[in-house]
Design a protein around this ligand. Structure first.
Ligand SMILES: [Zn+2]
Ligand SMILES: [Zn+2]
Length: 505
């Protein structure tokens, strides 16, 4: 390696470790323009660039670069650099939601790491810490919080005595996040504060938003405000879109917690803006929509004005659209269940039943056993309560009473928690494939060999068509019978028994 190139790489490395990622990238971009490097030198420049790209959030770019040079390093038998390119790929795939791909690559990296450990005597703690943290992420993406917590702690142990602030901050921040999910708020706060102390700026927004959220949950608005101000400072310094959205989102959370109506209105405006901005990451839009539902519910309880329910609809529709197009079927089923409950508020029992059927079929189709059980419970509860709902409507009972009966608050809370367990990012690729498929109107799954196509054009998969014939026997779109040989059973109180006894036959 030429003297000047190694000097410049060292300088870039120093900047990177200080968190000055963009400055480091500038040096690399300058180096790339030159043509006096050997093949080997160019490879190390590319490896460095792949490293910077994933840190800057350009995950696809990082993967492409890393894949490319991995082949070269393999040919040369360069174990260490091969390993380095693998973990970049595994990390980026995980964050992009390609969990199984991330898992495959990390296994390959682990095997390689064993050989590296036997071959080299250099300090491998930083590499191992990154490796272990990626494994922790994979558990997290699968919803396995406890193993993810344990591995993040191990990643921290490996990193803590090195000079690598990024590894220290990232593992500590992950630990805080897992404690937040486990509702151990004091521990979440303790670890998040440790990250703030390290002061590695590129990822400081994460512990700050953990602190804001956790203090709000604990009802300590004053402390939450302190960290919101810190997040504001970071936003001013690093005016990236990601930081500024996170700031707006947390600000809205804080305003939402206020007892004053005008603060809640401000909060609503911010959430609406985030919810409908399709240039933003999906997860941020989800969170905003779910928080909006929560706000509308508060408003509904106070004003008792059913028109608010119409205002919720476009956002619910957007949520359904996003969930379906990103294949998040748990969220899809949960949202249909939410739709069912909103229909109950206006005592539209027929709609409520259809939405519940849909939630049930989705969870059945995509194999969510627990969810299906819960929905079946909701269904029998609804059937038992349909008289009460009708009566509430006749009496003009206040919304507050209806919301309580539907357990709507608890349900929204549950969706918020489920959402936190999902991968942070979903690829566009899956969406493109989706468009070619025929989708069943009820369970939203692909219609394979057998299907029922109504004359109106509505498509039902075999399973759902059968289920509907047994329930109401009409097409949900045009109301024509599905099976002309069977009687049509419009949803009324009488057919409750039919659904309730279905399993016992
Ligand atoms: Zn179906
Ligand atoms: Zn039809």
């Amino acid at each position: 390696m030429s003297h000047s190139e190694s000097k410049e790489l060292k300088q870039a490395d120093h900047l990177m470790r200080e968190g000055k990622i963009n400055e480091a990238l500038q040096i690399i971009l300058e180096l790339e323009k030159r043509d006096d490097f050997t093949h080997q030198e160019l490879l190390s420049i590319k490896l460095f660039k792949a490293n910077l790209l994933y840190k800057l959030g350009d995950l696809l770019g990082a993967i492409n670069y890393a894949e490319d040079i991995f082949q070269e390093f393999q040919k040369q038998g360069n174990l260490l650099s091969s390993f380095d390119t693998l973990i970049i790929q595994a990390y980026a795939h995980g964050i992009m939601g390609n969990v199984s791909q991330s898992e495959d690559i990390i296994k390959q990296a682990e095997d390689l790491f064993k050989i590296v450990k036997e071959t080299f005597t250099i300090d491998l703690r930083e590499r191992e810490s990154f490796l272990v943290r990626i494994k922790a992420n994979i558990h997290y993406f699968k919803g396995e919080i406890q193993p993810s917590l344990e591995l993040n702690k191990k990643a921290y142990e490996l990193a803590k005595d090195t000079s690598n602030k990024e590894l220290i901050s990232a593992s500590l921040s992950n630990i805080a996040d897992k404690y937040k999910l486990m509702k151990e708020y004091d521990k979440a706060i303790m670890y998040a504060k440790e990250v703030v102390k390290v002061n590695y700026k590129p990822i400081l927004r994460f512990p700050l938003s953990i602190l804001i959220e956790t203090y709000i949950k604990k009802g300590d608005i004053k402390e939450a405000k302190v960290y919101l101000d810190k997040l504001h400072e970071i936003k001013e310094e690093y005016d990236t879109k990601r930081t500024s959205i996170l700031y707006r989102y947390n600000n809205a959370l804080l305003l939402k917690s206020s007892l004053r109506a005008r603060n809640r209105i401000k909060s609503e405006d911010i959430f609406k803006e985030i919810a409908m901005d399709n240039t933003l990451p999906i997860e941020q839009r989800y969170d905003a929509i779910i928080n909006l539902c929560d706000l509308f519910l508060i408003e509904l309880r106070i004003t008792n004005d059913p028109e608010i329910l119409d205002e919720i609809q476009p956002f619910i529709q957007e949520l359904l659209y996003l969930a379906e197009h990103h294949h998040l079927y748990v969220i899809l089923a949960e949202t249909y269940l939410l739709q069912a409950k909103f229909s109950l508020l206006t005592s539209d029992i027929k709609k409520a039943k259809r939405f519940i059927t849909q939630a049930q079929k989705i969870s059945e189709r995509f194999g969510y056993k627990e969810l299906k059980e819960r929905i079946t419970n909701e269904q029998s509860k609804l059937l038992k309560q349909s008289d009460i709902w009708e009566k509430l409507k006749e009496m003009g009972a206040p919304m507050d009473e209806r919301i309580k009966l539907a357990h709507l608050n608890e349900h929204i809370e549950e969706i918020i928690e489920k959402r936190a367990m999902l991968p942070a990012f979903i690829t566009e690729e899956k969406v493109a494939i989706h468009k070619e498929k025929k989708i069943c109107l009820v369970c939203r799954g692909e219609v394979l060999r057998f299907s029922y196509i109504c004359e109106c054009g509505a498509i039902y998969c075999d399973n759902c068509a059968r289920a509907l014939t047994n329930l109401e026997n009409v097409c949900w779109v045009c109301d024509n019978p599905i099976d002309y040989l069977k009687p049509v059973k419009p949803y009324t109180e009488e057919e409750e028994i039919n659904v309730d006894n279905k399993g016992k036959k």
